[in-house]
Design a protein. Structure first.
Ligand code: FES
Length: 63
């Protein structure tokens, strides 16, 4: 996965930034939105942001 890839164009939020937010304890979409601003403008990226949250959460919770 390319961590430099911009997931949310409106807020210039990268994949890596979403991972950081999840690794620092964000679990819900709302928490990640609060931490990164991703998905708070036009909403076009929401599906991808949610998929990434699920992915990084699974990664984080797997020992
Ligand atoms: S692309 Fe993420 S809010 Fe617009």
């Amino acid at each position: 996965m390319d961590m430099e890839k911009i997931v949310c164009n409106c807020m210039s939020v990268t994949c890596g930034r979403i991972k950081e937010a999840v690794d620092s304890g964000a679990v819900t979409l709302e928490e990640v939105q609060e931490a990164t601003g991703a998905g708070t403008v036009c909403g076009a990226c929401l599906e991808e942001v949610e998929a990434l949250i699920a992915h990084f959460k699974a990664e984080r919770d797997t020992p």
